[in-house]
Design a protein around this ligand. Structure first.
Ligand code: GDP
Ligand code: ZN
Length: 373
């Protein structure tokens, strides 16, 4: 029998301070604003600040999974294609699309996050009319990619098998530091990384060998590709087939072009999926899910530039640099951070060429909080 678990969430009345995201009132699911309390939900405490609602939910919550009891009989299962304003576009199991709002309670439970639902979320939703619905439950998230926005976690995408880290050989130039940050984030989110160096038609392939070789040697899959002349595209197609893949990478590296090369006409099809633009200091666009004809999904995350690490405990960081492994235990001091200490076996290995300087530089920057390099 599934384990019952109580979650306590702050009870936010509608007239209380609005969250910082700009949501028009009509976008919210008004019928649930006063949230008639369901069995198992109750309010405790007296003042506004001490008001909490206890929700008894069934199942195994992951840290980010939001599970609650809902009337499953009247609900359909679906997948969030893209968040839209305060709601999202959901594809039901039969392939039809629903424009959904999200129950206020789920927003409340996700108050620490930027959005209640993210692309890739598996949801239970209640159809409420012509192509419309209300998301009632968000299933626990498995493979996630997150980034940090002003100190807050921003989950970009949920339930993906792998992340295709797209870089370009030139224009914009290859940034190894960015590769390493993506790799650490992928490892943290439990997502298998694949590196794709695009625009090789503009470069001398032999110039790419050192970088590609360095990562291949560490055990990462590396694809050299060109969306322009189709170099590497069959291999890419093979790697994507039957998998759920998130595309990540700076804007301009050729993510959209690669999707089109892998499946011609894809962009045309996705024209119906409007991607919302948020107003604010940083204009970002939401991720969207695209189904592949030959099996699998890709998730496009436009606007991902500074891919910062979310919440990597410093002691854990070195584990994500696999090549440090044989040396870590040999440092003079226990708990050596491999930055300023003397007698550091990792730094010695860098000097001797066993660990690449570029990789060590990435580690050092992350460890010391210098993300901008
Ligand atoms: P995105 O922002 O990552 O989706 O990048 P786009 O797919 O929009 O591509 C950015 C620019 O790079 C466009 O002008 C593309 O035509 C160009 N581009 C993409 N892939 C290649 C490639 O393999 N070779 C060359 N020469 N140009 C490319
Ligand atoms: Zn050390």
């Amino acid at each position: 029998m599934a384990k019952k678990k109580k979650i306590r969430v702050a009870f936010r009345k509608n007239r209380q301070k609005k969250p910082r995201r700009q949501i028009r009132p009509q976008q919210l699911d008004a019928s649930h604003d006063s949230d008639e309390l369901q069995a198992g939900e109750r309010i405790s405490g007296k003042g506004d600040l001490t008001r909490y609602r206890t929700i008894v939910s069934v199942g195994n919550e992951s840290e980010q999974g939001l599970v609650r009891n809902v009337d499953e009989q009247n609900c359909l299962r679906g997948r969030v294609l893209t968040p839209r304003g305060a709601g999202c576009l959901v594809q039901a199991e039969d392939g039809s699309h629903y424009d959904c709002t999200v129950r206020q309670l789920l927003w409340t439970m996700a108050s620490q996050e930027r959005t209640a639902v993210v692309a890739g979320d598996r949801v239970l939703f209640r159809p409420s009319g012509q192509g419309q619905g209300v998301v009632e439950r968000i299933e626990p998230r498995q493979g996630t990619l997150s980034r940090q926005v002003r100190g807050r976690q921003h989950v970009l995408v949920a339930n993906v098998d792998q992340v295709l880290i797209v870089l370009s050989a030139v224009d914009p130039p290859l940034k190894p530091g960015l590769i390493d940050r993506y790799l650490v984030s992928a490892a943290r989110g439990n997502v298998h990384p694949v590196l794709c160096i695009n625009k090789v038609d503009l470069a001398d392939l032999s110039d790419m060998t050192p970088v590609a070789g360095r990562y291949a040697q560490l055990g990462y899959e590396v694809v050299l590709a060109s969306a322009q002349n189709s170099y590497g595209i069959p291999r890419l197609r093979h790697l994507l087939q039957g998998k759920e893949t998130c595309l990540a990478g700076q804007s301009g590296v050729g993510k959209s072009s690669l999707i089109n090369a892998v499946q011609p006409g894809m962009e045309l099809k996705t024209g119906t999926v409007s991607v919302e633009t948020r107003k604010g200091r940083h204009t970002t666009t939401n991720a969207r899910l695209l189904e592949l004809d030959f099996g699998g999904w890709v998730v496009d995350t436009p606007g991902v530039r500074q891919f910062e690490l979310w919440d990597v405990p410093l002691a854990e960081l070195e584990q994500h640099f696999v090549e440090f492994g044989p040396f870590r235990g040999e440092c003079q001091f226990r708990g050596c951070s491999h930055t300023h200490e003397s007698g550091c076996a990792v730094k010695r290995a860098v000097h001797r060429g066993f660990i690449s300087l570029s990789r060590f530089d990435s580690y050092y920057r992350i460890r010391t909080g210098d993300f901008m390099g």
